[in-house]
Write a protein that binds this ligand. Structure first.
Ligand SMILES: *[C@@H]1O[C@H](CO)[C@@H](O)[C@H](O)[C@H]1NC(C)=O
Ligand SMILES: *[C@@H]1O[C@H](CO)[C@@H](O)[C@H](O)[C@H]1NC(C)=O
Ligand SMILES: *[C@@H]1O[C@H](CO)[C@@H](O)[C@H](O)[C@H]1NC(C)=O
Ligand SMILES: *[C@@H]1O[C@H](CO)[C@@H](O)[C@H](O)[C@H]1NC(C)=O
Ligand SMILES: *[C@@H]1O[C@H](CO)[C@@H](O)[C@H](O)[C@H]1NC(C)=O
Ligand SMILES: *[C@@H]1O[C@H](CO)[C@@H](O)[C@H](O)[C@H]1NC(C)=O
Length: 659
């Protein structure tokens, strides 16, 4: 009782502070603020018909040199972090009676990040905590004068062990309930991305920083780089890897990945069930009680054997050092792992690594039932508008799919739902989250690496634990994901999860005009919805994909045609949803601006594509400028709205029709 009461008081206290502390500029409405945001970035002396990115957001880079934001998504993420930080800081003054409360755990992790001594963040310390296996150190840490017992080293075991911190070095694994047979699970095994190691000096410095002598480091680094490039060759040979999608608008090299069951179907033909080498690896990662009935090997079933051949060419010490370097790079990429981590880095660390706890606190403090309900309704309304506009396209069936295909698409579409926030819909959130972190123990000593590795390991463990019991299509599944603020479609539940981080201005404010909400959120959702139409290989309904792709392929070379197709189709869908006959959105010119509604729609939409990066790694992403250009130039309305001559780059007479 005492504990419950205290928690109550804390919540009351937090809500009280929430009411009094949120600073808003009182005299501006959300519409004015959003308009101001986009007008600031626009470069209206540019010609929208030639370079829409420059027109809509040409001043973005200049305005954000200080805060380092490269995308609008950085902006909303940092706003989300500011809010969480304010909230985490408030936890400081609380006396926690209940050691097991979510608040206490969040505070411990956050506070450890803020105050732990620098030596607890050294790479060496991380590596000492995450050793290759129970009784074995990394070669570099063998006691002076002793030989590292290389016969005890097992690369698979070590890779599996490191995978438990979320570091996928040799394969990327995901597990899901099997849609066809609910009693069984399906593991999908893919090539990991990452692992670019072009910078010899960086790897050498890394080795030296953990105590390898310079001469030894020089020798070792060459073998490590050689091994890495052998592995990259293996991955490059893979001709099947075409299902990874990049986070929209973010320069991340961790693509969002999802599985389309039908597309997986076609792999099933290639699948080799119970590939022994893959199974032995999975058994090392998974709890023995997890019963995997099927393994879908998206990667080449021979990959593991090829991997083995490559690895066995090298001395154990090199392989161990390679894993150590890859793990170190993983650690260096983690929020909070740097010596100079600021309070906001620490808030981001908690937000990304204890995401369910952060969601709970965020919801209680900033949203509450009422507001969450309001947001959910708004989001639902936009989702339904996109849904309707896709339904209309399917009914019109301009590309003459057969009836089966149409009904298959419709069935998938009807099965889709949307959820705001990562927490499950039908469970008590506090109870759920408390239970989720039940086994996470963060002791009071201020050791950051230890705390972080604990949190990461726990997170993976919880992900894997879910598969011990019966999992059905409707079971809530926690999926550890990148922190990027973007909606994600979870298969096979067919639920689009919209993280709280996206409910920030200027991306989304329920009080703002529909034109703002639909052009950004609508587009993001449409892209997720589109993915249900992704190639269903070697079957008839790929026609639209191939027609569309072939047409889009003719304009400018693309590194990722599927992404381009999704962009083009999604913009068409949201534009229809807003301005089409069936629209329920207001078409009247808003009073707060002279910009015509349709221009406003396009300009706001373009805020999603402000990046100026040219992606070279993996060669798989087009630049934001190219993506935006392709999206608008294939939509007839764009040329009309901006009065573009037909000679203009972005208003070619021939447009690609996707549906
Ligand atoms: C704005 O557009 C003009 C015309 O294209 C261009 O010369 C100028 O560099 C742009 N300004 C910025 C800040 O990008
Ligand atoms: C680790 O070392 C301990 C004691 O040195 C030994 O009892 C144990 O069997 C070893 N474990 C493994 C997995 O080798
Ligand atoms: C920890 O490292 C940071 C960055 O190098 C430095 O600014 C700070 O003073 C160090 N703190 C201590 C206590 O040495
Ligand atoms: C913190 O250190 C990292 C790596 O040493 C560096 O990339 C980053 O710019 C630094 N951040 C700040 C705010 O100094
Ligand atoms: C959590 O901890 C309890 C007690 O230590 C243990 O029995 C249980 O198996 C753990 N649960 C998980 C999922 O690790
Ligand atoms: C796109 O064009 C390139 C070069 O013309 C060609 O190699 C490729 O097969 C085409 N792709 C599609 C999907 O049409």
């Amino acid at each position: 009782m005492e504990i419950i009461f205290r928690t109550w008081c804390l919540l009351l206290f937090l809500s009280f502070v929430a009411g009094s502390k949120i600073i808003r500029s009182v005299d501006s409405s959300p519409n004015e603020r959003i308009l101001n945001y986009i007008e600031q970035h626009g470069n209206y002396s540019a010609d929208p018909c030639e370079d829409f990115q420059n027109y809509a957001s040409g001043r973005f880079a200049d305005l954000h040199t200080d805060d380092g934001h490269l995308f609008m998504q950085d902006h909303i993420w940092s706003q989300y972090i500011v809010k969480l930080q304010r909230l985490f800081d408030l936890l400081k003054d609380r006396v926690f009676i209940d050691e097991n409360s979510v608040e206490e755990k969040v505070w411990r992790f956050y506070n450890t990040c803020l105050t732990a001594p620098n030596n607890t963040r050294s790479l060496r310390h991380y590596l000492e905590l995450a050793s290759p296996s129970k009784n074995l150190t990394w070669p570099q840490f063998a006691p002076f004068g002793t030989l590292w017992p290389k016969h005890q080293f097992n690369w698979m075991e070590t890779a599996a062990h490191l995978e438990r911190y979320g570091s996928n070095i040799f394969i990327k694994l995901s597990i899901e309930p099997n849609e066809r047979n609910l009693e069984s699970l399906v593991a999908t095994v893919r090539y990991p991305l990452g692992g670019n190691m072009n910078d010899v000096a960086q790897v050498k410095d890394l080795l030296i920083s953990i105590g390898v002598r310079s001469g030894r480091a020089s020798l070792l680094v060459n073998s490590i780089i050689k091994l890495n490039s052998d592995l990259q060759e293996l991955i490059k040979e893979d001709h099947l890897r075409d299902y990874s999608r990049r986070d929209i608008g973010r320069g991340s090299d961790h693509p969002v990945e999802y599985d389309d069951y039908d597309s997986l179907d076609s792999y099933r033909q290639r699948e080799v069930q119970r590939v022994p080498s893959i199974y032995s690896y999975l058994e090392m990662v998974l709890d023995p009680s997890v019963d995997l009935n099927e393994v879908l090997t998206i990667i080449d079933p021979n990959y593991f054997d090829s991997l083995k051949r490559v690895i066995e060419k090298y001395d154990e010490e090199v392989v161990a050092s390679y894993l150590m370097v890859r793990f170190s790079l993983f650690v260096q990429d983690l929020d909070g792992s740097h010596l100079n981590s600021s309070s906001s880095d620490c808030a981001a660390t908690v937000a990304g690594q204890m995401e369910l706890a952060s969601d709970l606190l965020y919801k209680n403090y900033y949203l509450g039932q009422e507001k969450l309900k309001k947001y959910t309704e708004e989001v639902q309304q936009i989702f339904e508008a996109v849904f309707r506009s896709l339904m209309v396209r399917l009914e019109e069936n301009k590309l003459h799919f057969d009836d089966d295909t149409i009904s298959q698409f419709q069935r998938k579409l009807f099965a889709m739902t949307i959820r705001v926030g990562k927490l499950p819909n039908n469970l008590n959130h506090r109870r759920f989250v408390t239970k989720f972190y039940d086994n996470l123990s963060l002791d009071a000593d201020l050791d950051f690496a230890k705390a972080q590795l604990n949190v990461l390991k726990h997170r993976t463990q919880r992900y894997l634990d879910q598969f011990k019991g019966v999992v059905s299509k409707d079971t809530y599944l926690f999926l550890p994901e990148d922190k990027n603020p973007e909606p994600k479609l979870h298969f096979p539940q067919s639920v689009i999860v919209l993280p709280y981080a996206m409910l920030q201005e200027p991306f989304f404010d329920p009080q703002s005009h529909d034109v703002f909400k639909v052009s950004l959120l609508g587009f993001s959702l449409a892209r997720q919805v589109m993915s249900i139409l992704h190639p269903i290989k070697k079957t008839t309904d790929t026609k639209y994909i191939y027609n569309g792709l072939a047409c889009l392929n003719q304009t400018t070379e693309s590194k990722d045609l599927q992404l381009r197709l999704d962009d083009v189709a999604s913009l068409g869908l949201v534009y229809d949803a807003y301005f089409g006959d069936k629209s329920e959105f207001s078409q009247t010119q808003p009073a707060f601006t002279n910009l015509p509604l349709k221009k406003l729609f396009f300009i706001n939409f373009a805020q999603m594509f402000v990046g100026d990066e040219v992606y070279v790694d993996f060669g798989s992403f087009d630049s934001d400028k190219l993506r935006l250009s392709e999206a608008v130039k294939n939509l007839p309305a764009f040329g009309e709205v901006f009065n573009c001559p037909t000679t203009a780059l972005l208003n070619p007479p021939e447009k690609c029709e996707i549906f």
